[in-house]
Design a protein around this ligand. Structure first.
Ligand SMILES: Cc1cc2nc3c(=O)[nH]c(=O)nc-3n(C[C@H](O)[C@H](O)[C@H](O)COP(=O)(O)OP(=O)(O)OC[C@H]3O[C@@H](n4cnc5c(N)ncnc54)[C@H](O)[C@@H]3O)c2cc1C
Length: 484
């Protein structure tokens, strides 16, 4: 063999892992280079996806228990539970994910090199370990899957004591009574609702006009009423001027001004979480010398096959920008490998009709067109709604806050969008995804027996609701149903 490896993968997160696994299925020799000395799996296992969801699950359990078996002394969760115990809940989950990861790479005979990877030639990577020892490896292909890190705020510093970021929030030793989150995206909402479930009073300070602008309007309104019921305050359109500590009142103070009112306001808090945007990890990777093209703050440009401007060097995951999710990174890493070693003609572009999943309490998920997008595109559509309060499974689980909304075409009942807020939303969306992928229509939900009681019942209720609305608007749905 001309090279040491068929592919060298820099970064062991979801993109790198899936590229490695797929490449071994093509019988290729694979090396993963990982800068972290002790952990594999990147943000997916150590800082992001799994740990934040483990914390959420613990908070959700506590909230469900409290709502069904209220504390007879009226104590808040933070008075009954210790962060130490909640954090312990996630340890076995993370340990088992780490073990599975290592088992998979051993079983599939993937080699690993610990240290900082730097591309020093089209086919060569240098790895510098923590003892500053250098080793060089060659490969036919290289995948850059170095992920991203949180951006830094402009007007204040993250000291990891008073002001935390999304990795250090997972090291908290107590449940704060008050938490200010500076940010307005998915991670902000997830942590806001997780801490609210633990009894924390949460304030969200958001620089933009609104949170999560991509959501369907009705889902957004539903979310706003849920946040209100949890007394989570959201301040949009604001800029933080200063963060200070008030010794007298023993609390932090966040000084901000809103663009609409243009006056200074202060919010007192025990802890602050800053959730910035994601900055691709491309520093000191050797990209400049190779002339690999980047945009903005370092997002690597690739074509649809995840090839960079250097033909044998690929990139996948957060380092290539949006959607910057573990879900998408897994697919991108696998597709990069198929493009390197497989038959390009067989590739299905699974990033089309990609769902999003927000693990707030309750969850939010969706796929396809929102009602507004469909209308703006000139499609004649009707919507069908189901509310969690009318679903038996939701009542059984005391999860009655939520709704599912179907968007379908009037002429052929084809499903073009599904939008859900409520428990199990991130699971349920896949039913709609499958129907849409096979070009199905909403008759599927009416004609098939669905298990009862389930959250999936929402699809049946929403399909009937949609047909009724179509009927009322003048279309004889019975005729449509009978039409083969
Ligand atoms: C709080 C939080 C919650 C999230 N929740 C979700 C979720 O619910 N669902 C979802 O789909 N996504 C979620 N994400 C996003 C998800 O974690 C990322 O999109 C995903 O991990 C990106 O994968 P990646 O392979 O691109 O890189 P990463 O997972 O970031 O891994 C990159 C790896 O490369 C290593 N590295 C970097 N530079 C070098 C170098 N020069 N040499 C060697 N190694 C290097 C790093 O140490 C790291 O291990 C969440 C993220 C956060 C922060």
């Amino acid at each position: 063999m001309k090279f040491d490896y068929d592919v060298i993968i820099i970064g062991s997160g979801p993109a790198g892992f899936s590229c490695a696994m797929q490449s071994t299925k093509f019988d290729k020799k694979v090396l993963i280079v990982e800068a972290n000395d002790t952990k594999m799996g990147g943000s997916w296992i150590s800082k992001g996806t799994v740990p934040s969801k483990a914390l959420r699950s613990a908070a959700k359990l506590i909230q469900s228990f409290q709502s069904q078996f209220a504390d007879d002394k009226g104590r808040k969760p933070y008075q009954q539970f210790r962060m130490e115990d909640i954090m312990k809940y996630k340890s076995p989950i993370l340990e088992s994910k780490n073990r599975n990861y290592v088992d998979d790479i051993i079983k599939n005979e993937v080699h690993t090199a610990r240290g900082w990877g730097r591309i020093i030639g089209n086919n060569e990577v240098e790895v510098i370990d923590n003892m500053k020892q250098k080793k060089k490896y060659t490969a036919e292909y290289i995948l850059i899957s170095t992920g991203s890190r949180p951006s830094q705020p402009k007007n204040f510093k993250i000291d990891h004591k008073q002001v935390l970021d999304y990795s250090t929030i997972l090291e908290l030793t107590h449940i704060p009574r008050r938490l200010v989150i500076i940010g307005g995206g998915i991670i902000t909402l997830e942590y806001a609702t997780t801490f609210a479930a633990l009894g924390t009073r949460v304030t969200i300070l958001n620089e933009s006009n609104e949170m999560l602008p991509f959501l369907d309007e009705e889902i957004k309104n539903h979310l706003a009423s849920i946040l209100k019921s949890k007394t989570i305050q959201v301040v949009n359109n604001m800029t933080v001027n200063k963060i200070s500590y008030n010794d007298l009142r023993t609390c932090s103070e966040v000084l901000y001004h809103t663009k609409d009112e243009d006056r200074l306001q202060v919010v007192e808090t025990d802890q602050i979480l800053f959730v910035g945007s994601k900055v691709p990890n491309i520093d000191n990777l050797g990209l400049e010398d190779l002339n690999i093209k980047i945009v903005d703050e370092g997002t690597i440009i690739t074509d649809v096959s995840y090839q960079t401007s250097v033909p044998n060097i690929y990139a996948a995951g957060d380092v290539i920008g949006q959607p910057a999710l573990a879900s998408a990174s897994f697919l991108q890493g696998r597709l990069a490998s198929v493009n390197m070693f497989g038959n390009r003609d067989d590739i299905v572009d699974g990033t089309r009709d990609m769902p999003y999943g927000i693990y707030s309490i309750p969850e939010i998920s969706g796929i396809g067109f929102t009602e507004k997008q469909a209308v703006d595109l000139g499609l004649e559509v009707t919507v069908g709604r189901a509310y969690y309060k009318s679903m038996t499974r939701a009542s059984l689980n005391h999860d009655t806050d939520g709704m599912l909304k179907l968007v379908f075409r009037n002429d052929n009942l084809k499903l073009v969008g599904v939008h859900i807020i409520g428990e199990q939303a991130s699971e349920m969306v896949h039913i709609g995804q499958a129907v849409m992928a096979f070009d199905g229509d909403i008759k599927y939900f009416i004609e098939r027996v669905l298990n009862y009681p389930t959250y999936a019942e929402a699809y049946k209720i929403a399909a009937f609701n949609g047909l009724n609305r179509l009927h009322k608007s003048g279309v004889k749905y019975k005729k449509i149903l009978d039409k083969k």
